[in-house]
Design a protein around this ligand. Sequence first.
Ligand code: PEP
Ligand code: MG
Length: 619
Amino acid sequence: MKTEKPGKKTKRAKTKAPAATPRGQPAATPRGQPPPPRGQDVFEGLGVSPGIAIGPAHLRDGGDVQVIERRIAKREAEGELKRFRDAIAQSLRQVAKLKNKAKTFHGTAAEELGYLLDAHAHMLKSRSLVGGIEKNIQERLCNAEAAVMDEIGGIARNFAEMDDAYLRLRGQEVREVGLRIVRNLTKASFSSFDRLDPGSIVIAEEVTPADTALMDPRIVGGFACAIGGAEGHTAIMARSLGLPAVLGVGALIGGVRNGDIVIIDGSNGVVVINPTAACRSGYERRRKVLARETQALSRLRNVEPVTRDGIRVTLQANLELPREIGQAVAAGAEGIGLLRTEFLFMNRDDLPGEDEQTAALSEIIEAMPGRPVTVRTLDIGGEKLTSSLGAHFTETSNPALGLRAIRLSLKEPKLLETQLAAMLRAGAKGNLRILLPMISAVAEVKEVRKILAKVAARLKRRGVRIADPLPPLGVMIEIPGAALTADALAQAADFFAIGSNDLTMYTLAIDRGEESVAHLYNPLHPSVLRLMQFAIEAALRARIPVSICGEIAGDVRFTALNLGLGVRELSMGANALPRIKSRILNLDMQAATQRAQMIMDQHDTGRIAALLDDFNDVS
Ligand code: PEP
Ligand code: MG
């Protein structure tokens, strides 16, 4: 998307080497002139998924969209108007988000982009544009996409005929606004990335977890976005797919063209556009070193994770998508510690039925013969929205605190019953455990147990084979209130899985997916550690299994601390597993326990980090 404003020049950040990484500004190309030769740009963001990718840029939000005009019956007009109004609301939300991001730019770039986005928001609210499109739908009786393109086309043509260069540009902006509405109408994000050139780097304003689920690592090399935080699900999904990714790179808005060569350094949060030959070969060398390291770690596949002083640890995998199962097996995972079932609901407008869910779960269970597969009930809401559930959500001012996860499941018992039935049926084929997300009270666990018993009785009456005995029912400890009542929850649940991602977010009141507060997100904050310790001790006292399945389980920096706090079971993205195993093989549990005790006596996050890092440096 171009972001130019006539009469003013926006500067592009130029650097010679990746070491200097100024937050750049969007680049501008005067209209009507051939693009100038482009030099290297280096932009900084949040490195959320390690590794290096080099390839041609594919601008997800760039280019035209294909619109097919469709006649509609008069009675369909209301529905079409609603779709259009929803798309307008979504467009306004996107523009507001981008505007927030633009504020972080330096100097005039913030101002310029701010003006532009204000203009876009203004158009999205303007009676003449919105009213014109609505009239078009009602009078011409056509689909909303065609009505938008028709109206926008007319306005843009009028501007294009003007002599004044500034006004001509307004025409381009109207087109951009129109394309945004149409993309939101056609849910262009559903379109797969399969037709890209292999190794392409996806550049976008924002990539949702559902978009990421459509990326095939054999085709997409990596991605970078203007928006997004390190612990959001897009980041988690990128890590599990092994796709190098950098988020929160505001300067990408307008700073990249289709086909530009892009380097994504997901380890250091750097994006290089059109690298110099020297820069590119430096990154290619680093990529080879990383590949050699991965190769060396893969030899640990069949080695048992035992500490130097003989303590056995269990390492399991988190699964975002069924297709990661092969990777989990290859990494030597001893089971699935967290299967996020959101994938079943993504990129579709309808809900998956019981048979479909049973088949998907069975496939995973069969790939892990005899090993535990921990299936979590739907954890949707907050940042994880899906269109198939659109009807179940109303706009709330604070979705992370709203109708999310188990709250939605208990409010929509049909949704939960279908999931539980599928779990019980798939559980007949192996070792399945059921995990409940966002539990905040014992009453919720008791309620689910009742529903589970009812669903089991119904299936038995129908003669359907189900897991017998009923699968263990565990809870995520990811809300501070749950951690603080862990002793009571340990009596109601069969196991705990500590979700440090949400536990950190809710304890510190930091949105895990929001880059502007990403620097404050810290699982080493003593409050988070104390809540974890409280929950772990409650589980150990009640003699129920306790694992950690948040992102700290797959981060070697935390391994000594996690184990030192008494946890013996870690679940993580399969890509992280070999490295964690290697850390465990070099770890002395007694020393780790002592260091964890020392850390738990501290109240200063900096001191905690220093104690942990010093320990990691010497052991
Ligand atoms: C967590 O919150 O730590 C967790 C594992 O769940 P999710 O990341 O899916 O919210
Ligand atoms: Mg969570």
